[in-house]
Design a protein around this ligand. Structure first.
Ligand SMILES: *Cc1c(COP(=O)(O)O)cnc(C)c1O
Length: 473
């Protein structure tokens, strides 16, 4: 069954939404060159059809407000509505980026306050709010590291170390910043292999990019040693802040030895994401890198280096500021603790349900399952299980990431889910596993209840069909 989702497919010849009164003035003659020579192929619908059409499309979208959304490495937490209300205040919303300075003092004070709060949360000395996303923050941060080394006349540092478990944006950003990417191996316990790291260090190493907890949801316990080693070799430490939620209010990258960090305000600091919308990837630095930082609100006017127009995505900053103020220091720490507790609880229940963690140890805010044994036994893959979850009304977790785990499913429940939800999810996962054993074919064909089942992902990426092609008569 394919649902008709396009307005063109719902068109009924002759249907109209508006009835225009008959013309009671002379009809002007349009010059032929400007007049359309054939009918415009628009969908023909009445107003109720149109209303239902958009409601149907809206119902196809799945968000945190629809249900459980454990997309690992994305922190799909509930975003309180009060943040939206604060960002929508007319004094903020109607501010113009070119308005004179004296007319935007409040806006700039809000940004400067956010910069200060982010310094406090991360242990950094200064922040710029300009970058538009995490990846943009990475590029900005790496260019700062580059500027720092060059200003010291240290131009031989061409290599950037990146663990093999890293998010794909890390090596991509390092390459864009002009660095040669060098992969650091993970040990059997999922953390950075210190011996391999030692063997890679030298006076051509500009730095290392790390996220802590790492993309396996494990805390890099050797972070202080890593910091000592890399700094000892003259390199700097870059913190990918996408996983800050786990240590929010509890530990700070600045205290672990990191020199530069980006944050994903649209993950940790409660801006909805996943569907497009603007993001924000502020970059914080230690004092030694402050001279190279692009525009900051704390420093006053929007002069200085730009990595984006004006100050960045202002509404996202306001939501983050509101979130920080509502929670306060204790509330942030509680969010961090609950994120870790929820992940460990779900990990425990999934282990009981018959799933194997990729690394059998307590996790931080997320964990990775390895379904290789299940695939071997039943033929059902991580992809099949993820698709089956859709039929149960929950969003699939992140799949096939990090790349070092085979048949990976990466769950991040976040602190905003309650115990009953986690229990229900564990029950659903148990049911899917027993179905994998009794009727694997039905899982290969899942989802059965979604408007789109199994698109050809390669074809969809290579030959996207982004607009409707009417059939020409
Ligand atoms: C999401 C993510 C990024 C990239 O952030 P964007 O805001 O999506 O550009 C980088 N690293 C990790 C670990 C992430 O989860």
């Amino acid at each position: 069954m394919t649902q008709r989702l396009l307005s063109f497919e719902k068109s009924v010849p002759g249907r109209r939404s508006a009835v225009v009164p008959p013309l009671d003035v002379p009809m002007p003659e349009l010059p032929r060159a400007f007049a359309r020579q054939s009918d415009l192929p628009l969908p023909q619908l009445c107003e109720l059809d149109v209303s239902r059409h958009y409601k149907q499309l809206a119902d196809c979208a799945y968000g945190v407000n629809s249900g459980f959304y454990p997309l690992g490495s994305c922190t799909m937490k509930y975003n309180p509505a009060v943040n939206e209300a604060a960002a929508a205040l007319p004094g903020f919303q109607q501010a113009h980026p070119l308005a004179p300075e004296e007319a935007t003092r409040g806006c700039r004070a809000a940004m400067a306050e956010l910069e200060r709060d982010l310094c406090e949360v991360t242990g950094m000395d200064a922040f710029t709010l300009q970058p538009a996303a995490g990846a943009h923050g990475e590029l900005t941060g790496l260019l700062l590291i580059k500027a720092y080394h060059e200003a010291r006349g240290d131009s031989r540092r061409v290599r950037m170390l990146v663990p093999d478990s890293a998010h794909g944006t890390n090596p991509a950003s390092a390459a864009m910043a002009g660095y040669t990417v060098v992969s650091v191996r993970s040990r059997a316990d999922g953390c950075v292999d210190l011996d391999h790291l030692r063997s890679l260090l030298g006076d051509d190493v500009a730095g290392i990019m790390l996220t802590n907890p790492n993309t396996l949801g494990l805390f890099e316990r050797d972070i202080l040693t890593i910091s000592e080693l890399v700094h000892g070799a003259g390199g700097l430490l870059y913190y990918d802040g996408a996983n800050l939620n786990a240590i929010l209010g509890l530990a700070r990258p600045g205290d672990m030895g990191f020199d530069v960090t980006h944050l994903n305000l649209h993950k940790t600091f409660a801006t909805p994401h996943g569907g497009g919308g603007p993001g924000s990837g502020p970059v914080g630095v230690k004092a030694a890198l402050k001279p190279f930082l692009p525009v900051t609100a704390s420093a006053g006017a929007a002069d200085g280096l730009q990595v984006k127009a004006f100050y960045g995505n202002f509404s996202v900053m306001l939501k983050a500021l509101c979130y920080l103020k509502v929670l306060g220091g204790d509330g942030l720490a509680q969010a961090g603790r609950h994120a870790v507790l929820n992940a460990n609880y779900l990990l425990h229940r999934l282990r009981q349900a018959g799933y194997a963690p990729a690394y059998d140890q307590p996790c931080m805010h997320e964990f990775v399952l390895c379904l290789e044994a299940i695939k071997h036994e039943t033929g059902v893959s991580a992809l099949d299980v993820a698709k089956a979850m859709i039929d149960h009304g929950i969003h699939p977790p992140t799949m096939y990431f990090p790349l070092i785990v085979h048949e990976a499913l990466m769950f991040e429940p976040t602190e905003t889910e309650d115990q009953a939800t986690l229990e229900r999810v564990a029950d659903i996962m148990k049911e899917i596993l027993s179905q994998a054993r009794s009727d694997p074919q039905s899982l290969h064909e899942a989802p059965h209840n979604a408007p789109i089942g199994r698109p050809d992902e390669v074809k969809a990426a290579r030959e996207p069909v982004l607009k409707y092609q009417p059939e020409r008569p």
